[in-house]
Design a protein around this ligand. Structure first.
Ligand SMILES: Cc1cc2nc3c(=O)[nH]c(=O)nc-3n(C[C@H](O)[C@H](O)[C@H](O)COP(=O)(O)OP(=O)(O)OC[C@H]3O[C@@H](n4cnc5c(N)ncnc54)[C@H](O)[C@@H]3O)c2cc1C
Length: 338
């Protein structure tokens, strides 16, 4: 019998991953996924979804590697299964190129992706103005397919879904024994965490089925990511910018920069533009606390603030969040919380 009532707030890639992990790993929990926006309307839905990450400054590298490894293994298994097209997860190979030698010659995840190697001078010749580069195979997880697929898996594990806006965690304190906060940028209003801020990203979807390899400039601002149905080209990283509409100057800049890397894009038809706000934070917050909510002490597990790497790290931080849920339930069993 399910005896512990758990609410997960947030149905982006972090929330749905966390809800699935709890529902599958802790059969005593009845899990309700609560959000005001579900796929295809979350930030996660528009992300290119390439598995890649920059380093967070204050999280031990061993932890960041564990998050990356866990996500990579989980998604690789899907990419290699018959579920791959339905889940929108595929292998993706390509180049990351640098105008100047990067501070760290290899990213912390270099040996967790497949076939990471330095580019040859022959390969570099097609990218004038670039001093070095790396070639590797990673994964691409398209959340417009992945999130509905993951939500079906969640319901299969007995999970329930509720669409509503949560004004404060107090609202949920009476109905649930434990809360998991995966509200991304929404944590700013929900918790008053002013460390979370929007990092605006604008991308274009183009039709260019002849492109098979990704190209990413090491500064992270220019990229070309071929996907299942279209190619995502980008982008922008505008901290503190809340605008969700298309910026025509950004569009022109994206087209111009991407064509410089891949001239054949001048033949590509633009299918659409998308803008999303990354949940920027110095470090993601993956931790637990005990809150006094409406006269009860309720354990709260946080999992938010993944910035530009939420698709990459969602499964890894979800696995850690499950462990925090388990610890919280041992420290504060539901019946002793009166
Ligand atoms: C242009 C762009 C490209 C990107 N490309 C990549 C990429 O290639 N690889 C990668 O790893 N990452 C990428 N990202 C980053 C990635 O999109 C984010 O890190 C990720 O989507 C964060 O997921 P999330 O679940 O935390 O947030 P979200 O997807 O924003 O979900 C938040 C959820 O919380 C809910 N919520 C919030 N507040 C409340 C409330 N008060 N009440 C109820 N519900 C609430 C929302 O409705 C939503 O369901 C990109 C982002 C952008 C903008």
């Amino acid at each position: 019998m399910k005896t512990v009532r758990v609410a997960v707030v947030g149905a982006g890639v972090v929330g749905v991953s966390t809800a699935v992990c709890i529902a599958e790993a802790l059969p005593l929990c009845s899990v309700t996924l609560i959000a005001d926006r579900f796929s295809p309307d979350t930030t996660s839905d528009g992300a290119a979804g390439i598995l890649f990450a920059a380093e967070f400054p204050d999280v031990p590298i061993a932890t960041q590697r564990r998050w990356f490894r866990s996500s990579f293994r989980h998604l690789l298994a899907i990419a290699q299964s018959e579920e791959a097209p339905e889940a929108g997860v595929t292998l993706s190979s390509g180049w990351q190129i640098f105008k100047e030698l990067p501070e760290t010659p290899k990213p912390f995840w270099w040996d967790l992706v497949i076939g990471f190697r330095a580019m040859t001078s022959g390969e570099l010749r097609r990218f004038p103005g670039h001093a070095c580069g790396q070639f590797f195979t990673t994964l691409k997880c398209e959340c417009r397919s992945y999130l509905p697929w993951l939500q079906r898996r969640f319901r299969g594990a007995g999970g329930r879904v509720e669409r509503r806006r949560v004004g404060s965690l107090q609202e949920l304190g009476g109905d649930f024994d434990l809360l998991v906060n995966c509200s991304g940028l929404g944590s700013r209003a929900l918790l008053g965490d002013m460390q979370v801020e929007p990092v605006r990203g604008q991308v274009l979807q183009v039709e260019a089925p002849w492109l098979q390899h990704f190209i990413r400039d090491g500064d992270g601002k220019t990229y070309i990511y071929p996907g299942v149905r279209s190619v995502t080209i980008g982008g922008t990283r505008q901290a503190g910018d809340w605008r969700l509409g298309e910026d025509q100057t950004d569009t022109e800049g994206i087209v111009e920069r991407c064509r410089r890397l891949e001239p054949s894009l001048s033949r590509a038809k633009v299918l659409g533009c998308w803008v999303g706000l990354r949940p920027g934070r110095r470090n993601p917050r993956v931790e637990k606390e005990l809150l006094q909510l409406g006269g009860r002490r309720v354990p709260v597990v946080h999992n938010y603030g993944h910035g530009g790497w939420g698709v990459t790290l969602a499964w890894g931080t979800a696995v850690d969040a499950v462990e925090l849920v388990r610890q919280s339930l041992q420290e504060t069993p539901p019946r002793s919380k009166l």
